[in-house]
Ligand binder design. Structure first.
Ligand code: GLU
Length: 497
């Protein structure tokens, strides 16, 4: 089995295309086949090197490594279509020599007029065939005179082209609706439908899995296979990925590209796992599985026909699962850019990194995405009593619970840091004894004073995190004030203007 993913590098890799890539990967991986990555960059006006590079990066990030193709190499290269122009030309010439293709000299203006008139007559626009019967000698003479020409494929009249799509079942088109398609433009650049057939055939592709937006291209491609005498691959056209309003997932629904999801702090294994669930199911109640296991279970026949509606809530659920399972050092590393953006951890040293490894997982346990981690760690790196007290409700509460705040400050003053939950609990018990307050009346004022926030992480985790942060002697991180300092700062701010 040989399958391929063949993105056109005209922009960021869309999650819908990533899902197509993933289905190809799962199929090949599960069957011990070869997964090939080819770049379809013949639209020179819109293709860029950067987009090709970022597609490769996104693929690697998702864990969709390819056995053969761009960068990796292989026996069927080159794998950039822009490096295969001579191959397309040779094949177009072959079809012409067999009378299956012909030169067309129609100008853009002529074609435009023709389109206009057919549309006005209420018919689908289709090439009318003006150059179909130009004798070969005449065509040759006109070419020698420097007249520009494209090469068109001769579509056989009134034939049903039928194929069995693995996902969609029998698909049938009559050739009457298909005008003779351009194979090669006058500048020698191939049209998609031609290049894709030449490449898939020469690269010995056995299964073509792609978006259903290509279904209507398939009859043209099948006729080309036939013209060359090649055996066509199996086709599976998977449904599009839609937004919640059932239109194609696009910018106005929010993030659409793999890189945007990465920047928001979704883990690659979460995005890949989620994409696999769009239109396919590994089994009832068994949705959260690593790629290798998904590959083991994947069957192309089980991919549904109905469109996959992208569900951000479900993606968040999958991401939370993987965030909880992730290695602390990895999480800390992934969060570093977000913390750096806040100016909190500009050049962390060894001890700082260990500290981050201990606190980032605490925050990551309660977020959907890593870009939400800074908000959960603000209490450590950006403590501000006066900011907390700007809130009138908090200020009123702080004034009312003054005895707890006083007791807290004196219990912390000159004592060893509360580096674990037992130490914190013992301290809280002493404040309770002194003030007679308990439960929320005890812990909420402590939370306000020590974190500067009305809610957040459990205090017996948060306070040791504060104290361990305060012990770091680092210039690569912002300073974390200790619990004792915070209690003093808070009281001063309550008393202050
Ligand atoms: N370059 C085409 C696309 O990105 C590939 C389609 C195909 O797989 O044949 O849509």
């Amino acid at each position: 089995m040989r399958v391929r993913f063949a993105p056109s590098p005209t922009g960021q890799l869309h999650v819908g295309n990533a899902r197509t890539a993933l289905f190809n990967w799962l199929l090949a991986r599960g069957a011990g086949g070869t997964f090939i990555l080819r770049i379809e960059d013949t639209d020179f006006a819109r293709s860029t090197k950067e987009a090709a590079q970022s597609a490769l990066e996104d693929m690697r990030w998702l864990g969709l490594n390819w056995n053969e193709g761009v960068d990796t190499g292989g026996e069927y290269g080159p794998y950039f279509q822009s490096e295969r122009l001579h191959i397309y030309r040779a094949h177009a010439v072959e079809l012409m020599s067999r009378g299956l293709a012909y030169r067309c000299f129609c100008s853009e203006e002529q074609l435009e007029m023709e389109r206009y008139h057919t549309l006005r007559a209420g018919q689908p626009p289709k090439y009318g065939g003006r150059c179909r019967d130009i004798p070969k000698d005449e065509a040759r003479r006109r070419i020698e005179n420097g007249e520009p020409a494209v090469i068109r494929f001769r579509i056989p009249p009134d034939r049903d082209v039928v194929f069995t799509d693995v996902v969609r079942g029998e698909v049938r088109f009559n050739t009457e609706v298909i005008g003779d398609p351009v194979l090669l433009r006058s500048d020698g650049v191939p049209a998609y439908n031609f290049a894709v057939v030449v490449d898939d055939a020469l690269m010995a592709i056995t299964h073509v899995i792609r978006g259903e937006d290509h279904v209507s291209n398939t009859p043209r491609q099948l006729l080309l296979y036939e013209a060359f005498g090649w055996t066509p691959p199996l086709f599976a056209h998977v449904s599009m990925v839609l937004g919640p309003d059932h239109s194609k997932l696009s910018k106005r629904h929010g993030a659409t590209s793999v890189s945007e999801f990465r920047e928001r702090g979704y883990l690659p294994e979460a995005l890949a796992n989620y994409l696999a669930l769009l239109g396919w199911s590994p089994g009832e109640g068994e949705e959260l599985l690593p790629l290798e296991e998904l590959a083991r279970r994947f069957r192309l026949e089980d991919v549904g026909r109905s469109a996959g509606v992208f569900d951000v809530e479900k993606l968040a659920w999958v991401n939370r699962h993987y965030l909880k399972a992730a290695d602390p050092a990895r999480l800390a590393g992934l969060c570093l850019p977000f913390l750096q953006r806040e100016g909190w951890a500009l050049q962390p040293g060894e001890a700082d990194r260990m500290y981050l490894e201990s606190v980032v997982p605490l925050a990551a346990a309660s977020v959907d995405r890593l870009d939400q981690v800074p908000a959960r760690l603000r209490f450590l790196f950006d403590y501000s009593a006066s900011r907390a007290l700007e809130d009138a409700v908090i200020r009123a509460e702080a004034i009312a619970v003054r005895p707890v705040l006083d007791a807290l400050a004196s219990e912390l003053e000159g004592r060893p840091p509360l580096i674990d939950r037992e130490a914190f609990r013992a301290m809280a018990a002493r404040v309770r004894e002194k003030t007679g307050q308990k439960g929320k009346a005890l812990f909420h004022p402590i939370r306000l004073a020590l974190t500067g926030e009305a809610e957040g992480l459990e205090l017996d985790l948060a306070v040791p995190a504060i104290e361990r942060g305060a012990m770091l002697a680092s210039s690569g991180m912002v300073r974390v004030p200790s619990a004792a300092e915070r209690a003093g700062l808070f009281l001063a701010a309550v008393d202050g203007p």
